[in-house]
Design a protein around this ligand. Structure first.
Ligand code: ATP
Ligand code: PRP
Ligand code: MG
Length: 282
């Protein structure tokens, strides 16, 4: 049975459970459940604090974990990212009161509050900056106002939390994060159960980002039409009962679907339809 760590709280937990559900896995019914078994898919899910997941996976007790890239790196655990999942996207950045810092060197001698000491210590060391780091559990933005630190290093998504605290970002982002699948560093890459799990999640990612497009076009326009809808490998082209016409079917990126429909229409394609993809294996 594959043993998988899933975030039990915070920004990662809802979208992670949703993705696993879309991939056909049973998920817990209430938030107090710490472990469930999905016997049909031969998977056991452990609901753990997001920050602890890399540690469990590195210990070898769990095969796979879903966590944030920033949390993985911060933990320093012997685990590695094997699939980015595209949700909980954020940057990790320094922020201060406006005008305090103009470059990284200005961090020297400052006190930096953060919940991610591992990332900050490594970043400071890498740039040879001598600053003190104070660990706070959360709501780090308030640390400057209350005088606990002059600088914070925290997760920034929309920037709303920073603005509300009267802070602005300083310097370039330390890193870009998103939810990721991790496994123990050096674990067997060919484990068929792990491979099947990853294929299912990749199927969800594709189903979320692509739609199926069908249309009819004149044979003379086929090459132009296929250039607009090359599909992932190659589109399916079938003859129509009306001579001189073909039906074409191809996957297209959902974000570009409307533009592609306009372009197809302009070259004479008709009966252009898009439909959602609910699941897929590439
Ligand atoms: N506003 C946000 N937007 C996107 N991702 C976020 C956001 N806040 C936190 N994350 C991501 O969530 C993960 C942290 O999860 P964690 O549960 O520790 O914190 P949280 O979501 O802030 O919840 P909590 O309420 O417990 O502080 C990290 O990978 C982080 O990048
Ligand atoms: O740029 P934004 O869109 O404002 O998002 C970033 C904020 O979201 C998270 O905070 P959360 O609400 O989880 O509180 P926390 O600080 O206690 O973790 C994160 O720690 C930032 O504070
Ligand atoms: Mg938080």
């Amino acid at each position: 049975m594959l043993r998988i760590a899933v975030p039990n709280k915070g920004s990662l937990s809802g979208p992670a459970a949703e993705m696993l559900h879309e991939a056909g896995y049973q998920q817990r019914r209430e938030s107090k459940e710490l472990r469930i078994v999905d016997p049909v898919n031969e998977v056991e899910f452990f609901y753990l604090r997001p920050r602890d997941i890399a540690i469990y996976v590195a210990s070898g007790q769990l095969d796979i974990g879903l966590t944030g890239r920033d949390l993985l790196i911060d933990s320093g655990a012997e685990a590695e990212e094997i699939l980015p999942l595209g949700f909980a996207r954020s940057t990790f950045r320094y922020a201060t009161k406006p005008g305090t810092i103009s470059g990284l060197a200005d961090l020297t001698g400052k006190t930096i509050a953060t919940s991610y000491e591992g990332i900050v210590a490594a970043h400071l060391a890498e740039h040879g900056i001598d600053a003190s780091v104070v660990h706070l559990d959360g709501a780090v933005e308030t640390a400057v106002q209350l005088g606990v630190a002059q600088v914070i290093a925290d997760v920034v998504e929309t920037g709303t939390s920073l603005r509300n605290a009267g802070l602005e970002v300083a310097g370039e982002p330390i890193m870009q994060s998103e939810a990721v699948v991790i496994r123990r560093t050096g674990a067997d890459a060919d484990d068929p159960k792990v491979q099947q799990f990853l294929r299912r999640l990749q199927g969800v990612l594709v189903a979320r980002t692509y739609v199926m497009m069908d249309y009819d076009c004149r044979v003379e326009q086929l090459e132009k039409a296929v250039a607009l809808t090359p599909g992932l490998e190659s589109p399916t082209v079938s003859p129509l009962h009306n001579e001189g016409w073909v039906a074409v079917r191809a996957m297209v990126p959902a974000k570009e679907a409307q533009r592609i429909m306009d372009d197809l229409y302009d070259i004479g394609a008709r009966a252009i339809l898009t439909t959602a993809i609910h699941a897929c294996r590439l």
